[in-house]
Structures are given as C-alpha cells and as structure tokens.
Design a protein around this ligand. Structure first.
Ligand SMILES: *Cc1c(COP(=O)(O)O)cnc(C)c1O
Length: 340
C-alpha cells in the first residue's frame, strides 16, 4: 500500500521500506536499453525461470537525497554510484545502465517523490535504491539477455543512533572469496554475510568485521561498510584489498582527512595492528560513520577511543561530511548537486 506523507514521523524514522508514489524503471531488450520512465508500480513481475532468481544476476546501489536549510534538495556524488554500478554490472556479466541516464533517473525519482524528502534538521533523508536484475528465462547457466533497471525511494532516519559507538566482533566466515565478487555491489555478497551478521547479533554485537578471505590475516570490511582506523600520530588508515567494495563515503573521507591535516593511508591492515588505532569506525552511505567502540576477536576485546563516546577525530570528520551533504558547509570539491 502506498505510504501517506501525513503518517510519517520524520524524527523517528528507522531504516525501513515505505512504498512511495513513484519508482523509475527501464528495460533492456532486443539488444538495447529502452527509454525508462517513472512508474507508480512498485513491484516487478518475473518468470519463474528468471536469471536473477536462480543464478543471482543482480547489482545495486544506495544513495541519499538531503533536504537543505534553504529547502532545496542535495544529491551527493551520484555519478560515482552510477559509475560503480557500471563496474559491478560488468563483473556480473550484465549490460551496464548508462551513467548519465542513471543520474537523470535518480533526479526524476527524487523530484516525483519530493514531499517525502524529510525536512531539514531531522537528520533523516530520502534513501534511493537503484538496482538491476537479469530477467530472461534460463535453465542452463548463461548470462541473461534481458534486464530491468529499477529505482525505488524510501525515507530513512539518521541510521542507528547518531554517532554512538557500538561493539563489533570478527567473523570466522567470509563475505566474498579471494578474487571473487567483493568489489561488486551484488546481492550474493550480502546473502553470504547474513549468517555471520546474525551470529554477531546473537552474541550481542552490532555487526561483524570480515578479514581477508585468503589468509584471515588482514582487515577487510564490514558487511556493508568499509573500515577505518586513526592512529595516535594522525594517520587515517583504511584497508587496501581486492575483496572489498570501493565505498564512496571512504573515498570522500580520505579527501577530507587530507584537508584536515591528517595523513590518509590506504594499505593492507594486518589485524594485529588494530591495537594501534586510537579511534576506529565503519563508513558507508547509510550511517556515514558508525564508530567502532570495541572489536572482539578470539576472546580478546580491543577498545578504541571509548565504548560510549565517539572520538574527536571521528566526530570532526563526520560533522564535516554531513555538513557538506546537507549543504551546511562549503563544498569546495563540488560533490553535491541540487535536484531542480
Ligand atoms: C555499499 C557498501 C559499502 C559502502 O559504500 P558507500 O558508497 O560508502 O555507501 C561498503 N561495503 C559494502 C560491502 C557495500 O556494499
């Protein structure tokens, strides 16, 4: 059922689906992308033999639209989501959706659902979920010939509980294999992370960190967020790995760290070295930064800055990035664009 704007409590939104008036959809058939359009249909009809249902040909993205103080709406680096979806699609043997068409479609969906972009000052935003699936009927394992590109939007609250640290554990399982699909934003990586996450939750942790799938020696990332640590010497360290997703939040924080006088470093991070970090966090669009209060592995618990309070460097970087996203701070990088 379609959501009614008067039923939403902007200050208490979670991270849940609300069925909004408009989605966007485009189809690939007969060897080309057909013109896409806004639609009031928020479901997809599939053959029982559809590729995506059996062989998992799916890629997705996640980005947000932010209500500014002046009432306008900001998007944050949407072209990077579009480009990453092209990369993910190529890895999954899918026909990429063109970058310009992606950004245009995102703007159309935001505009069409404008009344659902939460008010400035609530910390909430409009989350956009572009995705693409292989739809042709197949029995043998072969890439699809038909695809559907679709975007839905849903209002979401400030993820989790603001900038409060949470306890994390380390998974004994992998989310992506060595030389596998870890760099692609594809459903299969999430399917394989569910077991580890559920186990972490059962044990009282917010989530789990994955180690590199070849040796289980280096820090990789969380199921849906990259890892960073800040050394006492002022280095902003984030893992370089072939099996992690290139986070746009990470790329943005590396730049901000540099301009705040920190030393941004991307390198393999042996798990043994996490002890050296004065602060640590998880980075991704949903929460921007989730401070890592502690990390427990093989019975040993490492506490970072504090288990109850975010560290000063983390807080500064978070405020800077969120300030740019909502248009409260200058954007010398031209990362934001308004939806007109
Ligand atoms: C989406 C995602 C991230 C975060 O990427 P952002 O572009 O910062 O939102 C990190 N890790 C994984 C596995 C992801 O799927």
């Amino acid at each position: 059922m379609k959501e009614k704007v008067e039923n939403l409590d902007w200050n208490n939104l979670g991270f849940e689906y609300h069925d909004l008036p408009y989605d966007f959809e485009a189809k690939y058939k007969d060897g080309e992308w057909q013109p896409g359009e806004l639609t009031t249909r928020s479901s997809v009809e599939l053959s029982v033999a559809a590729e995506v249902l059996h062989y998992g040909q799916e890629v997705f993205e996640g980005l947000k639209a932010y209500r500014r103080k002046d009432g306008k709406i900001n998007l944050f680096r949407p072209e990077l989501n579009a480009e990453r979806m092209v990369d993910s699609a190529e890895r999954m043997m899918m026909v990429p959706y063109p970058v310009d068409a992606f950004v245009d479609a995102v703007k159309q969906v935001v505009k069409a659902n404008e009344e659902f972009v939460p008010p400035y000052g609530t910390g909430a935003s409009l989350y956009l979920r572009p995705f693409m699936i292989g739809t042709s009927s197949v029995v043998g394992v072969t890439p699809a010939t038909d695809y559907t590109f679709h975007i839905y939007a849903t209002p979401v609250g400030a993820y989790v509980n603001g900038l409060n640290p949470s306890p994390y554990t380390v998974s004994e399982y992998d989310r992506a294999s060595y030389a596998g699909t870890g760099q692609a934003k594809t459903s299969g990586n999430y399917a394989s992370s569910l077991f580890s996450s559920a186990k972490a939750h059962q044990e009282g942790y917010a989530d789990c960190l994955f180690l590199d799938p070849r040796e289980h020696k280096y820090v990789d990332e969380f199921g849906g967020a990259n890892f960073f640590g800040i050394t006492k010497e002022g280095q902003f360290v984030t893992p370089k790995s072939e099996s992690i997703l290139p986070s746009i939040t990470k790329r943005s924080l590396l730049q901000l760290a540099k301009d705040q006088g920190l030393d941004p470093v991307e390198r393999p991070v042996p798990f043994d070295e996490v002890d050296q970090f004065a602060e640590a966090g998880a980075m991704g669009t949903a929460a921007v930064i989730s401070p890592v209060g502690s990390l427990t592995y093989e019975g040993k618990k490492h506490v970072f800055y504090s288990e109850t309070e975010a560290g000063p460097v983390t807080t500064k970087l978070y405020n800077e990035l969120v300030g740019i996203q909502y248009g409260d701070r200058p954007d010398p990088y031209n990362w934001t664009q308004t939806v007109d």
